[in-house]
Design a binder for this molecule. Structure first.
Ligand SMILES: [Ca+2]
Length: 387
């Protein structure tokens, strides 16, 4: 009798395994609210910025700050120089687009090269682009647009765009999916392009320092594919960071309603959008019935409801006890920064730093402190201090 019950139990277990519809990796539990991080305080360094988007620190302790309407500002001796940096390429300020990310070349000390991502064109036909120029005093000289999306889109949504350097001085650059329905492209919703290797929409690119396709890119020999593509199936990556010790590249991207994601980015991989998502359409129904599929990467975090992730930093300093090796992800909607504790490639804990304004960027400065840019209220640069 006992043996028969055991056999029945075993059969039931086998049936359960056989017909289980759970995805391979298991559903990614949403993280809505999380506990407050302790041991920190915020102080405003400077304010009066208009929609600041990104900050890059210069070797002399000053910094460059982008403002989305198309200005590059110089912060010198902890004060904004009134006159913006001159010599920028033509920038389209429209909706979510404008001047976005700024990074310095790894050999900036020697070559003074500054890289900028921005929207260019017109409200009806615009592209995400990458420019490079040499910083001489308060002006960019020898400015070249070294990459632009091969195809124009219409409207003011989903431009991306963040940059991060790889150790071989190549550059990862994110480009958004082009916008929500009914924004169209080639007879369908433009967001479907995130799954099509023929366009740059909804992709992570890997470029040489001159803006060309990296020769090791995963689809470089695939006929019809854009050679710049590094990974695909992204909606709109707004934060990008690299762990210099492990080499892991982390990105956070927006869903529509819910389903914002943290992903570990690897060459050639498909991150699912819009075929696989935890997101809802703004009008209510699911974007997809599927949240996971073999051959597509599951997010490490599913932020539902949306926190609207922005800048992302991997913290390597020692200014705050216990924070080394953590990710810090800005949140536009909740006016927070999320502290994400990792164990290798796994997320093991998440906390929040409540700031109270939309956080657009999070960066670690050479002084070892974390700095934020807020783009609501009186746009500010904020320093996080241990308390
Ligand atoms: Ca995804």
């Amino acid at each position: 009798m006992i043996r028969r019950v055991a056999l029945l139990g075993l059969a039931a277990l086998l049936l359960l395994l056989l017909f289980s519809t759970a995805p391979v990796g298991g559903p990614v539990k949403p993280t809505a609210d999380v506990p407050e991080a302790e041991g920190w305080r915020a102080e405003v360094v400077v304010d009066g910025l208009e929609h600041p988007w990104a900050i890059a620190w210069l070797p002399d302790g000053s910094a460059l700050i982008t403002e989305r309407p198309g200005r590059l500002r110089l912060l010198r001796d902890w004060a904004l120089v009134p006159e913006p940096i001159g010599g920028l390429p033509p920038i389209l300020s429209h909706g979510q687009g404008g001047l976005m990310d700024v990074v310095l070349h790894p050999d900036f000390d020697r070559n003074q090269l500054v890289y900028l991502t921005f929207a260019t064109g017109t409200p009806d036909a615009n592209r995400t682009a990458l420019a490079r120029g040499r910083l001489e005093g308060t002006r960019l000289q020898h400015v070249d647009v070294i990459f632009a999306n091969a195809d124009p889109k219409s409207g003011g949504q989903h431009f991306g765009s963040r940059l991060v350097w790889m150790p071989d001085k190549s550059l990862l650059m994110s480009i958004g999916d082009g916008g929500n329905p009914p924004v169209s492209f080639a007879g369908g919703n433009i967001r479907d392009q995130a799954q099509r290797l023929e366009t740059h929409f909804g992709k992570m690119l890997r470029l040489t320092e001159d803006g060309r396709a990296h020769p090791d890119n995963p689809f470089i020999d695939l006929k019809g594919a854009r050679p710049e593509i590094y990974s695909y199936g992204h909606r709109n990556i707004q934060g990008l960071a690299r762990d210099p010790a492990s080499g892991r590249v982390w990105a956070n991207e927006h869903g529509a309603r819910g389903g914002d994601e943290l992903n570990l980015i690897e060459a050639g991989k498909n991150y699912g959008w819009p075929e696989v998502s935890y997101s809802l359409e703004y009008r209510g129904p699911r974007v997809s019935e599927e949240t996971s599929r073999p051959g597509m990467e599951d997010p490490l975090i599913n932020w539902t409801p949306s926190k609207a992730p922005s800048g992302l930093a991997f913290y390597t300093g020692d200014r705050y006890p216990g924070w080394q090796g953590n990710l810090f992800s800005g949140a536009l909607v909740f006016g927070q920064v999320r502290r994400i504790v990792l164990d290798g490639a796994r997320v093991v804990d998440e906390q929040k730093l409540t700031i109270g304004n939309r956080v657009r960027d999070v960066r670690q400065a050479p002084d070892g402190y974390l700095y934020l840019l807020t783009d609501s209220g009186n746009g500010a640069l904020i320093r996080i201090l241990p308390d």
